[in-house]
Design a protein around this ligand. Sequence first.
Ligand code: AHM
Ligand code: MG
Length: 329
Amino acid sequence: MTTTEPSTGNLLSLQSHILSEESRYPGAAGDFTWIVSAISLAGKAIAHQVRRARLEGVLGEQGATNVQGESQQRMDVIANAILMRCLGSRASIAVVASEEDDQPTILRKGTDGGKYCVLFDPLDGSSTLDTNGAVGTIFSILRNDPLVESAEATVCQVGRRQVAAGYILYGPSTAFVITTGAGVDLFELDPFIGSFILVKRSLRVPSARKVYSVNEAYTSSFPAGYRNYLAWAHANNYSSRYIGSLVADTHRILLNGGVFIYPPTVSHPDGKLRLLYEANPIAMIMEQAGGKSFCGATPTLDVNPRKLHQRVPLVLGSADEVDAVMRHL
Ligand code: AHM
Ligand code: MG
C-alpha cells in the first residue's frame, strides 16, 4: 500500500509532517507550517486546473510576454494567480516573487510580521502542456531580512540560505517534494481525500546511472567542455532522457539517477534557467538527497544573485554523474 508512512505504516499528511518538523525548533510559532500549507493548497488547485485545462479551453498562449521576453501561456497566468491568492493571506509572508512578475510583491514589512519570502515558478515547462506533458511548480522559501530596503535585494539571497525548497509535479499523479534542510521527502496527492500523503522519507538520488538529460539539438552552440562531455558519454554507452520540463526531468533523476545539463547557448549565453526560483530550489533538493548542482564551476547554492530573474547555466543530479560532467568543463 503506497498511502502509508513507509517506516510505520501510519498515514501522514504533508501538513502533519511539517508541523512535527517545525516543533523541533523551540519557540517556532507555526508560521512556516502556514506557508507550506498555502503552497500545498495552491498545488491542489493548480493540479485541478491543469487536469481541466483543455476542457476549459485555457491551453495556449496568453498573447503577452513576461519580463524575460518569453510568451506566457494562459495556464502560467492562472497558476500565478492561484499562488498569489493562496500566499496573500498568510500573515508571516513579507515578499513573494514569481517568474511571471517583473518585480517582487511586498505583502507586509518585517515590522508588521513579515518573516519569510516565497519565490516561485508557478508552472514550469508550461509549453509542454498543449501536448499533455508533465509540468510543475517550483518554490523557494527564504527568511526576510527586515533591514534590507528593496524587495529585490531582500530576495537576492544566496541559495545556501534557503529555509526550505521544493516542487510540485503535475504528472499522472501529483507529487510534492520538499526539503527543510534535513533530507528530502516525497508526498503524493490522494485526490479522494484531498491530502498530500508521505510516500518516501529521506530520498537519496541513486548513483552510477549512465543517463544524461540535455537538449542535444543545441550541441553545436554549447561551449567545448559540454561537447566533450557528450562525446565521452556517447563513447561510454550513456542513454539520453529529456522531457523539456525541468520539474519532470528533476523528478526522474531524483528517483532514478543521472544528470541534467542546461549549458550556455547562443540564444541564452548565461544559460536559460533562472537562479532564484528554478536552479536554487532544485539544487537544494539535489544536495539534500546526496546529489550535486553547479552553475559553471560554482556550486549553485553558492552563486551570489545580482537580480531577481538572473539566469544561470546548470548541471545537477547524481554526485558521480555531475562529477563526470565537471571533469570535462
Ligand atoms: P519555462 O520556465 O518558461 O517553462 O522554461 C523553463 C523550461 C524548463 O522546464 C526546461 O528544463 C527548459 O525550459 C527547456 O528548455 P528547452 O526547450 O530550450 O530545452
Ligand atoms: Mg520555468
